[in-house]
Each structure stands twice: as C-alpha cells, then as structure tokens.
Design a protein. Structure first.
Length: 307
C-alpha cells in the first residue's frame, strides 16, 4: 500500500505541546520583566526552544522509513469486526518506537481524539517486517473499501503528534450474519426437502457434544438415557451426498436480507460439520461450492436482490 517517492510526514502540537509553548513564553516574559534574572531566563528559554526543535525533528525521524506494504482480510459476518492484516515494514537503519496504526480522520481533531480502532506497535527494529492486525467494526453486509490508514506517533517527548498517510487500496467483504433454521440430518431444509441430496448415502459415523442450533432430530436419546450426556449423531455422506443450498428453498422467509441470512447459516453449518455443498444463487454463474467458501461468502455480501 505504500507509495515510493518522497515521504510526507505531518506534525502538529498536542495539548502538552501547547502547554510547553505557554511555559516558554512565560520564561521569556519573565526575563524581560526582571533585569536581575534576564541572563538566566534567556538561557533557560533558549534551552527550551532547542529542546522543542529537537522534539520536532525526532518526531519526524521516528516515522521515516516506516511503511504499510500490504493488506489482506477475510470475509466477516455483519456485526463482527473485520480484521485487516497489515504488513508494516521499517526500511530505515534504526529502530522505530511507540507507533499506532489507525484509521485516518480529519487532522484538526486527530491529535486530540481517540481513534475508533487502532493497533499499537511498541517497537520495530531496523529492516524488520511485522504483521499488524487492525479491527474495523461492521454493521451491514456489503463490499467496503479499506479505509485510509495512518501510522502515527507522539514519541519521543510526547509534545507533538506526527503521522504518515497511506491511501486506501483494496476492499473487504461483510456477509450476512448467519441466522435461521438448520439443515436436518437427512439433508432436508426446515421447510421442504432438498432434492440435491442423496438421502440414502448418509450413515452415522459417531457422536459429538450438542451445540446450539443442532436439529433435535439428530440427538441420540439412547445415549442421553444411559449417561445423561446430550450428544448428536454425526453423519458420513457418500460420494453423491452434496447438499444443494438453493435460493428457492428460502421462499418461506419474508425478505431478501432474511433469506441471505438463512443461506449464510446453512453455509456455516455445512462448514462446521464438514459437509460438501453447492450454492445456487440467481444470476450467479460462478462455481460456488464448499471448495471455495470465501467465494460463497463474497457472493452473499454483494448479492443485489432477486425474487
């Protein structure tokens, strides 16, 4: 994500920097007002001016050579945080300390406002590359651009806020939150049979503990009667046991978003139980199946609607 060329680093004072400037003015005013202390106050004032300039230079230098060189993410359910895995590299010949990777915002409020989300990088050695994870809150499904990102720091003295800007490149997908009724043990949906399943190809292969959302038809009541443990039967599917998750099977739901949430729930259930499936959406000709779950979630995230 970093662009080659001259680095642009921005610096503004913080509250502590404004206090520092006020103290500096007071020192010089004191020297002009009292002749007996003029020499001492002028020396102190000049020393403070030099310290402030050094702080500006070091704040600028602390970000020089640091760049975000890559970004990747996986589809996430609506309401959960999308985690951006950012590759942060220090191309300088010295270590860099005390940095935040954060979303960009208006610089007039950035120095005095806590970001919605950020990742703390305490130190990155010279020539080192780190993977930094930045969580982005989500609320609705869709395809979203990766926001403008900043690498910022207040080090080493805390009186300046410095940052570098990295333009938005890439995107992430938010798919519908999985909600709905489960697929029955024989491959049928809760409101009708799924013709894409060979019902005679499934056999009981074992048991696992009950999880919320498991169909009651798969609970093994004999084991419960003997031991008191709530378990469900796991099924082993034959070669023709691929489940067809069809858009038409969600007709019993009232609107498009509810139907997409149901499809998302079925995909999550198949992935959790290790069952093969294919996803059939209207006007979508790509190969959507258990061989590429990410593509299935991306298709749900960008679905535009159908009857």
């Amino acid at each position: 994500m970093a662009k080659r060329g001259r680095e642009r680093i921005f610096i503004v004072p913080r509250w502590t920097g404004l206090v520092f400037a006020f103290v500096l003015l007071c020192v010089f005013a004191l020297g002009f007002g009292f002749q007996t202390t003029r020499s001492l106050t002028q020396t102190l004032g000049i020393a403070l001016v030099v310290a402030g300039l050094v702080a500006l230079i070091q704040s600028n230098e602390n970000l020089r050579g640091v760049a975000i060189t890559g970004c990747r993410t996986a589809p996430v359910a609506a309401g959960e945080a999308a985690v951006l895995e950012l590759t942060l590299r220090n191309a300088a010949d010295r270590e860099r300390i005390g940095m935040h990777v954060r979303e960009g915002m208006r610089w007039l409020i950035a120095w005095r406002t806590r970001p919605r989300t950020s990742a703390w990088v305490p130190v990155i050695e010279a020539g080192e590359t780190l993977v930094v994870r930045l969580a982005i809150p989500t609320s609705r499904r869709g395809r979203y651009p990766v926001p403008e990102l900043w690498v910022s720091s207040v080090m080493p003295m805390g009186i300046c806020f410095a940052w570098k800007v990295f333009a938005s490149q890439g995107e992430y997908f938010v798919y519908p939150a999985p909600r709905g009724i489960p697929i029955e043990g024989d491959g049928r949906m809760g409101h009708g049979a799924n013709e894409g399943v060979d019902r005679g190809s499934e056999d009981v292969s074992g048991h696992r503990p009950y999880e919320p959302g498991d169909p009651l038809s798969r609970m093994d009541w004999r084991v419960f009667a003997r031991s008191g443990k709530v378990v469900v039967r796991t099924l082993e599917e034959g070669g023709g046991g691929e489940i067809a998750l069809r858009w038409e099977d969600t007709r019993f739901l009232p609107d498009t978003e509810a139907r997409l949430e149901q499809m998302s729930y079925w995909i999550a259930q198949c992935v959790r139980e290790g069952r093969t499936f294919r996803l059939e959406l209207p006007s979508h000709r790509n190969d959507l199946s258990s061989r590429n779950v990410i593509a299935c979630y991306e298709a749900l995230a960008t679905f535009e609607g159908a009857s």
